[in-house]
Design a protein around this ligand. Structure first.
Ligand SMILES: Cc1cc2nc3c(=O)[nH]c(=O)nc-3n(C[C@H](O)[C@H](O)[C@H](O)COP(=O)(O)OP(=O)(O)OC[C@H]3O[C@@H](n4cnc5c(N)ncnc54)[C@H](O)[C@@H]3O)c2cc1C
Length: 391
């Protein structure tokens, strides 16, 4: 089955409103993201204006409850939206989906905090992020070093966060901090920190090789006071709740890799059909053609993995293994096949006029976000041994 047929079949599973938001996202991406994505990278800037515009199109509230003005749609709708947009650029929808997720989590904060933050986040006036990673701790999240000490009416936070999507511009930071180092993961709590608070210091945006639309950055908290009403998850709950969303994130990152690979294969096939060498179109050279067939075949397999994980998430079933398998496969295969697509264009593949190198760098980024490929192996290895180890 061809990769695009697999997607068409999956889209039939979506409800009418879900297909409609997907169509809106596609139109937005072709109109706003595709023409500007290369320039955002060249200028190394976060496209905050375009992000706010996407919010006004309703793309920040896909899963948000209608009670808060959102669309209340299923996970699969969000995944398909970012997969579709990633055909044009990975960074922009990654920034958007991180803001979307921060917004949905903020709607679960205490009433006063949610009422104050959700409406401006929904229309993009305020931008959100989820800050777990620190300069000294990434994969091993349970050892985070940011501390939260009890104070009159709230908590005082001290520490630093790094590699946070949207941190270059964000106003609302959902931040994990340790309240009791002796308790390990059970001591971790989640707080809503706002950039306007005393003690919040933003770091300059990180200089990357690409994907600047992600707005990756960091911040420091120096005796930053957070009132009790801004505790999002108390100690004992925060670590578990933060990991709850991780399967969804792994699955949509994998689907975004599928989006990039589809667009790269289309560019490579078109180019190789027109470009001639040794008296014929280069696509007639079997080695080159087979490399594109391998890419299309693995794209089909990647989509099946992603869409299966998405259906499990929609149904509220355990998607841990399915999501990790999709993300591992995406990391391993997309990187290899995007490089083959660049190769098919010869030196022209390096030019920013084509999205291929942008996708290739973004794909390497995807191998880190929401758990590295090695962490996927660790997770899958544990599940494999649990199932078949016999002990
Ligand atoms: C563009 C971008 C956006 C990001 N956005 C966010 C965000 O919004 N919020 C957030 O909290 N974080 C974010 N991250 C951080 C991301 O989650 C971390 O990069 C990731 O968890 C890995 O942590 P690390 O980079 O510190 O690597 P480390 O944990 O230091 O690992 C370094 C290397 O060692 C390997 N390794 C570590 N432990 C093991 C092991 N047990 N077995 C085998 N290998 C191992 C890792 O796989 C990796 O290859 C983002 C990262 C990037 C690049």
């Amino acid at each position: 089955m061809a990769p695009d047929e697999i997607t068409r079949e999956f889209d039939e599973y979506l409800a009418v409103e879900e297909r409609s938001i997907l169509e809106r996202a596609r139109e937005f991406s072709r109109r706003v993201v595709a023409p500007q994505a290369a320039e955002w990278d060249r200028q190394r800037c976060h496209p905050t204006g375009a992000l706010r515009e996407a919010c006004r199109e309703g793309l920040a509230g896909i899963e948000l409850s209608p009670q808060w003005g959102g669309s209340g749609l299923r996970y699969s709708a969000k995944m398909r939206v970012v997969e579709e947009m990633a055909k044009d650029d990975f960074g922009f929808p990654f920034s958007l989906v991180n803001h979307h997720n921060a917004l949905v989590r903020a709607s679960n904060a205490g009433d006063a905090v949610a009422r104050r933050l959700v409406p401006p986040m929904l229309c993009g006036e305020l931008i959100g992020c989820a800050a777990y990673t620190e300069p000294g701790h990434g994969s091993d999240l349970s050892r985070l070093a940011t501390t939260a000490l009890r104070a009159e009416g709230g908590w005082r936070l001290n520490g630093a966060k790094a590699w946070i999507t949207n941190a270059a511009v964000a106003d609302v930071m959902l931040t994990l901090a340790q309240t009791d180092p002796a308790a390990g993961a059970r001591g971790i709590a989640a707080f809503v920190v706002e950039s306007s608070q005393p003690g919040f210091e933003r770091e300059p945006a990180f200089a990357l090789q690409g994907s600047h639309a992600i707005g990756a950055g960091g911040f420091r908290l120096r005796d930053c006071f957070v009132p009790d009403e801004a505790v999002l998850d108390p100690p004992g709950e925060a670590f578990r709740r933060s990991l709850q969303g991780i399967n969804g994130a792994r699955c949509y990152v994998a689907a975004m890799c599928a989006g990039m690979l589809e667009s790269a294969i289309a560019v490579a096939v078109r180019y190789a059909s027109e470009r001639r060498a040794f008296g014929r179109p280069i696509v007639e050279f079997q080695g080159l053609r087979w490399s594109l067939v391998d890419a299309a075949n693995d794209l089909a397999a990647l989509r099946l993995l992603c869409y299966r994980a998405a259906r499990l998430i929609d149904a509220g079933q355990d998607a841990e293994e399915a999501a990790a398998a999709a993300k591992k496969f995406a990391g391993d295969k997309t990187l290899q096949h995007l490089a083959a697509c660049v190769q098919a264009l010869g030196a022209n593949g390096l030019r920013p006029d084509y999205p291929l190198m942008r996708h290739l760098v973004a794909c390497k980024t995807a191998c880190f976000t929401d758990g590295t490929t090695e962490m996927m192996n660790e997770r899958l290895g544990k599940l494999l041994v649990r199932r078949l180890g016999g002990a």
